[in-house]
Design a protein around this ligand. Structure first.
Ligand SMILES: Cc1cc2nc3c(=O)[nH]c(=O)nc-3n(C[C@H](O)[C@H](O)[C@H](O)COP(=O)(O)OP(=O)(O)OC[C@H]3O[C@@H](n4cnc5c(N)ncnc54)[C@H](O)[C@@H]3O)c2cc1C
Length: 435
């Protein structure tokens, strides 16, 4: 391990770590990035939708050579019971724009590409190297990290913790707590391979167009969780995730949920005949605004999933990771250019930038949603999906029953399941938390 001192050490080569390293390296800082995986992306799991605007702010011409799968023209939201789905679809040709807004990606390929850009910008990337602890000086300032390669500390003015949701470095150093089970989801995911033309035909796509499905309902067996189906060029990413606290309470097994999701009559035809080549499990921070830990201190900042910056309501994480990594990199570069110390006071520039951005604004907007969904998961994820499905079927089925009888029956079913007061209260709490 090298003895030289760096301007910054970045722990982790995921979305946030790569954004931070690229930002600093391209501004001339001497940056060392450590990644425990064999290569960047080898440990990373995502659906994955990648949001172009946040990458454009770092690498404006990324479309020239980034490994992008499909650009999204259609988003489906499905409320599911055991045999049906009630859907809202949004599809627009406006998304067939010159610079599309959202793409599906495969993280193993994408992270490798982004890491190549980091190296081109001058960052030093060291893989198969785990940072084991932070190194401190006598005044309580982080001055580098120790790794599993040598006992000596590698020194830097500042350490950027981009180590993902259950990053142990910051927890061990007492900078944050381990995320609570009600604030973290466990998601399992598979990659199903099919010929490109089969995917295009099943989802109604042309060329590089893509479609994603987000699904909630009885598929999560009363737990707070969602399923997803994302189209790549020659594969379909499919997965489901629920809160860890719910798994612990119900003793449900994640892979049993995924199997049931795949066998659902609305999902099965989409993946029929596919070859599964990959499966993975990963945590997602879902505590939102109230779970954000301290973001900076003397000689350190924390970004991305490690800072719990994940918008579970909108299923966005990689964009918050890229934005927070970029802002941390910009703040550090500004402090460096002014010859400032990397202490808590100056590094709070990063927090100020983050507070003013969509990252904190969006998380703050939905700050009551995680606890609302967690404490009411059987109602929101089982009772209502079943009621909505029955009501939808009632609406479309034609068998000579007068329409008024059907409407009365559907309304009565809602009142029987939740009571009038319960319905009003659920609606108000949902609207308030959303607002
Ligand atoms: C199933 C699933 C689907 C998702 N779908 C989407 C989606 O569609 N769109 C979206 O925007 N977000 C999605 N997310 C969330 C998104 O993946 C994360 O928000 C994003 O990856 C966070 O980036 P990060 O860089 O903070 O952390 P990570 O991507 O987790 O990267 C952390 C890196 O740090 C490394 N590391 C950890 N500890 C150490 C150490 N001590 N030393 C060295 N290296 C270390 C890890 O190996 C890893 O490479 C999904 C997540 C999951 C699990």
């Amino acid at each position: 391990m090298t003895k030289e001192k760096f301007d910054a050490i970045v722990v982790g080569a995921g979305m946030s770590g790569n954004a931070a390293t690229y930002t600093m390296a391209s501004r001339g800082l001497k940056v060392l990035q450590l990644e425990r995986g064999e290569y960047p992306g080898s440990k990373n799991v995502q659906g994955a939708i990648m949001y172009a605007s946040m990458l454009e702010e770092i690498i404006p011409d990324f479309r020239n050579d980034a490994p992008l799968e499909r650009h999204l023209v259609e988003q489906r939201f499905w409320i599911m019971d055991d045999t049906s789905h009630t859907g809202m679809h949004y599809r627009s040709d406006d998304f067939n724009e010159v610079m599309p807004n959202r793409y599906t990606i495969i993280r193993a390929q994408f992270d490798k590409w982004l890491s190549g850009k980091v190296r081109e910008a001058g960052g030093t990337v060291l893989c198969e190297t785990t940072a084991t602890e932070l190194a401190w000086d006598g005044s309580g300032k982080a001055i580098g990290v120790r790794t599993d390669r040598s006992g000596d500390a590698v020194l830097a003015d500042v350490v950027v913790l981009a180590e993902g949701v259950n990053g142990l470095l910051g927890t061990r150093a007492g900078l944050r707590e381990m995320p609570k089970p009600q604030n973290v989801a466990l998601a399992v995911k598979e990659l199903h391979f099919l010929p490109e033309e089969v995917i295009a035909q099943r989802f109604g796509l042309t060329g590089d167009e893509g479609c994603v499905i987000e699904a909630g309902g009885t598929i999560s067996r009363g737990m707070a969780g969602l399923g997803f189906v994302y189209t790549n060029k020659e594969s379909i990413s499919l997965g489901i995730g629920c809160l860890i606290s719910n798994f612990a309470e119900t003793m449900e097994r994640p892979y049993a949920l995924l199997d049931a999701f795949k066998r659902h009559p609305s999902i099965q035809p989409l993946i029929a005949g596919s070859e599964v080549k990959e499966y993975a499990a990963h945590l997602i921070p879902e505590g939102g605004f109230n779970a954000i830990p301290r973001l900076c201190g003397n000689g350190w900042v924390v970004v991305g999933d490690a800072a719990q910056l994940n918008n579970a309501v909108h299923r966005e994480g990689s964009n918050l990771a890229m934005a927070s990594g970029r802002m941390a990199g910009e703040a550090i570069s500004i402090i460096k250019s002014r010859g400032g110390l990397m202490d808590k006071a100056s590094l709070s520039l990063y927090k100020t930038m983050l507070d003013k951005s969509f990252v904190v604004e969006d998380l703050s907007k939905h700050k009551d949603m995680p606890s609302l969904l967690h404490t009411n998961s059987p109602n929101f994820f089982t009772t209502y999906p079943q009621l909505i499905s029955h009501a939808a079927q009632n609406f479309v089925r034609v068998d000579g029953t007068p329409k008024i009888e059907r409407e009365i029956a559907a309304t009565a079913a809602f009142i029987k399941a939740r009571s009038r007061w319960g319905l009003v209260s659920d609606a108000v709490r949902l609207a308030t938390a959303w607002r």
